[in-house]
Each structure stands twice: as C-alpha cells, then as structure tokens.
Design a protein around this ligand. Structure first.
Ligand code: UDP
Ligand code: MG
Length: 324
C-alpha cells in the first residue's frame, strides 16, 4: 500500500469481520482468502475475528496458522462447543472495529458482499441486515423460517424479512449494548434490532454451502427457532391467554347446551352425547398442554438467565488485532 492509500484507509471507519467456526476445515482456506481480499478491497483498516466453537476437526490448526501468517487475523478459541450465537458473542467481545460485520464460515454468505453492509453502515445506519436473494436452502428450512420471520415481524414491529441471514453489520455501540445483555440464549439479529435506531436491509447473494453439511441438527434448529421467538417478545404468552379465554367460552357454551338438551330430552340424550364430551375434553386437555409447554419455554429461559453462567469459556487467543 502506498502512503496516500494508507492515509485514505486510516480516514475510513475500521471494520471487524466476526465469523463463528465449527468443524469448517474444508471451508476455511477459501473463506480466509476471499474475506481478506474482500476487506482489502474496501480499503479500510480491518481485522477478521474467528471464533473457533470447539471444532473437533483441523479448523483450530488452520486458524492458528492463519493468525500467525496474517496480521489481520485474530483467532479466539472456545474450550468446547457453545453454539453459533454464543461463539459470535465471543467474537464480538474481541472485536475492536468501528463497524462489526458477521458472516458464516461456510461461504453461504459470499465475503464479496461485505462491502454492501459496510457502505450502509458508513452511510449512518446502525444495524444493516442482509436479505438473501435466491436462498439456497431446502424447502424444509425455508418454510419454517418464513413462518418465524413473519411472527417476529408482527410481534417486534421491525419490518425486516430475513432473520436467518447472518450476513449483518452493526455499529460498535449496538454491539456493546448486545454484549451488556445478560440473556443466555441470545438470538443476535432480533437482539440487535431492539437497539437499532436506523436499521436497514440490503439484498445480498446466497450460495450453497461450500463444503460439508449444515452444522445444525433438526433438534438444534428447533431450539434456535424457540430462542428466536421467545428471545424478543412475550406476545406468545398473551396469545396463550386469548386462546385460553376462547377455549373457556366454547366450553361454557357447550356445557350450557348439554344442560339444556338434557332437560329437554332426558337421560337418553346424555348417553349419546358421550362422544361430544370426549371431544370437548380432548380439546381442553390439548389446549392446556400447549399452554403449559409454552410457559415452560419461558420458565426454562428464566432459569437459565437467573443462573447467569458465562456464555462461553475462552481457552486461548491467537493473533493480535491491528486495530488496537
Ligand atoms: N456454527 C458454530 N457453532 C455451532 C454450529 C454452527 O459456530 O454449534 C457456525 C458454523 O461454523 C457456521 C455458522 O455457525 O459458520 C452457521 O452454521 P451452518 O452453516 O451449519 O448453519 P446453516 O447455514 O445450516 O443455518
Ligand atoms: Mg450455512
């Protein structure tokens, strides 16, 4: 870089790219190369913070090597697997740029799209969300995600379309606010929106996973959707009260009907009505279980938050940020 270029770079706000990594050895070489190139092209001071979420493959070695080779690379090693969002938090805690941009390690978010997020942040937006064009996932992933996105949009009142897209950018202030949150089951895109004063969306490309399978099992995915929903709003609890009221009123009407019919038609009718009663019973029991399950979801989260355990444990850090 010539001196004039260095000066121009210094004038631009600095950038931290935060990447959670879990068993991504096959993706890391291409990821590092493309992300480094994409950040250099932006022409601002930058660092790449990779949080190794307890990978059991060679990811750790590759990251340690990259941190030794490239001054811009910082590798944060967690001592075991804490999940994507906790690993991302670990990355945030060690990121020192003015702007912080997230991407996935599997190259589903092309690093070449980072500049779009950077430009929006530089234009004064504090939360910039990528919106995946031509999303490359199976309908099994897309349909639940469509439903949950709609629910979040309705209940948070923030009109964003793609909460599953991890290609997102935040200002330092928003990241600091997130880091000061105590919750143990964070869902970052939703959490960030609660601090956004000027959010926006940009269309970004989405690719197929470069190598390997999704690191999310079906169960992990279901858990994530619950984190996303309950992390932000207690609206489902209110919906539960309304549903309860509805079921109660129906039950009341039916009982009145049964009493009236019995008085008018006598005992014989009640015998025939046994099945109606069963139907009502099943309905009520079902509604109760649904409600209890939902209450349990919140109580479980209260339980976790009261414990306030650390989100993760850092084993070691390789590389030193050029931004510090
Ligand atoms: N990931 C992680 N810890 C986990 C699971 C995933 O750090 O326990 C990382 C993973 O390495 C990737 C990102 O989170 O960088 C998204 O994971 P994946 O691509 O498997 O999710 P999907 O694209 O299927 O939603
Ligand atoms: Mg992926």
């Amino acid at each position: 870089m010539s001196e004039s270029q260095t000066n121009a770079a210094a004038a631009k706000p600095s950038l931290s790219v935060v990447i959670p990594v879990y068993n991504e050895e096959a993706n890391l070489p291409a990821l590092l190369e493309r992300t480094l190139a994409a950040c250099r092209a932006i022409g601002c001071p930058f660092e790449i913070v990779l949080a190794n979420d307890g990978s059991r493959d060679k990811s750790g070695e590759i990251l340690a090597k990259a941190a030794a080779e490239h001054p811009e690379v910082v590798a944060v090693f967690l001592n075991r697997n804490y999940g994507q969002h906790n690993a991302t938090f670990a990355g945030y805690a060690h990121a020192s740029g003015d702007f912080i941009v997230n991407i996935d390690a599997d190259l589903q978010n092309p690093p070449e799209e980072i500049h779009k997020i950077y430009e929006k942040l530089a234009a004064g937006h504090d939360v910039v969300a990528g919106r995946r064009m031509h999303r490359q996932d199976s309908p099994l992933r897309k349909i639940p995600s469509w439903v949950v996105n709609r629910m979040i949009r309705k209940s948070t009142g923030v009109d964003m379309h793609d909460y599953g897209c991890m290609l997102r950018g935040y200002t330092r202030a928003v990241v600091q606010a997130m880091l000061s949150c105590e919750e143990r089951t964070p869902f970052i895109p939703v959490l960030a929106n609660s601090f956004a004063s000027n959010p926006c969306e940009v269309d970004v490309a989405h690719a197929e996973r470069f190598a390997g399978e999704s690191r999310y099992s079906f169960l992990k995915l279901v858990n994530l959707q619950f984190d996303m929903l309950t992390g932000m709003t207690t609206a489902p609890l209110r919906a539960l009260s309304f549903a309860g009221l509805g079921v109660f009123l129906i039950g009341l009407a039916l009982s009145a009907y049964i009493v009236v019919m019995r008085i008018r038609l006598g005992d014989a009718w009640t015998n025939d009505g046994v099945f109606t009663l069963f139907a009502v019973l099943f309905f009520l029991v079902g509604a109760q279980f649904l409600g209890m399950g939902l209450l349990g979801e919140y109580i479980g989260r209260i339980f976790k938050n009261v414990g306030a355990r650390p989100r993760y444990l850092i084993q070691q850090i390789k590389g030193k940020s050029p931004l510090k």
